[in-house]
Ligand binder design. Structure first.
Ligand code: ZN
Length: 151
C-alpha cells in the first residue's frame, strides 16, 4: 500500500471495515434501495425503518472496496435517528468533505473520508451508500447509481 493510500485508509475507515456497524437486513424495514458503482464493482443495499419522518433503524448489506463498505457502515451510524431533511443536509456535508478534502469543523468521523478527494475515482465509492440511503428515504423505486447526475 502506498503512503498516499495508507493516508486515505485512516483508522476510522479501517475500523469500520473490520467491524461493520448495522450490517444485515432489518426485518421491519419499510424502505430500501440498491446502489451500484460499476466503475469499481461496489454494491450496496440500504434498509431503513422510517417512523414518521425519522430514521428509527438503518442498516446495509454490500460488497466492494474498503472505502465503499466503510462509508456504508459509517453512514448508518450517522443517519440513525435523523429526519429526512437532516439526512440530506448531512450528505451535503459529506459530499463537500470527499470532493474538497475540507475536514469538518466539528471533528465528525465523516472527516476520515477527506483523503478521498485526492482520488477522484474513489469519490463514487464513498458516496454510493449515501445515494442509496437518500433514495430509500425519498421512496424512490429507481435504483441508485453513481453513473448519473446523482453525484
Ligand atoms: Zn469502490
Amino acid at each position: 500500500m502506498s503512503a498516499e493510500l495508507s493516508d486515505l485508509y485512516q483508522n476510522v475507515i479501517l475500523d469500520h471495515n473490520r467491524r461493520p456497524r448495522n450490517r444485515g437486513r432489518i426485518p421491519s424495514a419499510n424502505r430500501s434501495a440498491h446502489g451500484d458503482n460499476p466503475s469499481c464493482g461496489d454494491q450496496c443495499d440500504v434498509f431503513l425503518r422510517l417512523d414518521g419522518d425519522r430514521i428509527a433503524e438503518i442498516s446495509f448489506e454490500g460488497s466492494g472496496c474498503a472505502i465503499s463498505q466503510a462509508s456504508a457502515s459509517l453512514m448508518t451510524t450517522q443517519l440513525k435517528g435523523k429526519t429526512a431533511a437532516e439526512a440530506e443536509k448531512l450528505y451535503g456535508q459529506f459530499h463537500e468533505i470527499v470532493t474538497t478534502g475540507k475536514e469538518p469543523e466539528d471533528m465528525s468521523d465523516l472527516g476520515a473520508f477527506a483523503g478521498v478527494h485526492a482520488f477522484p475515482a474513489r469519490i463514487k465509492c464513498a458516496t454510493l451508500s449515501w445515494h442509496a440511503a437518500l433514495n430509500a428515504l425519498r421512496g424512490d423505486p429507481v435504483p441508485a447509481t453513481t453513473e448519473s447526475h446523482l453525484d
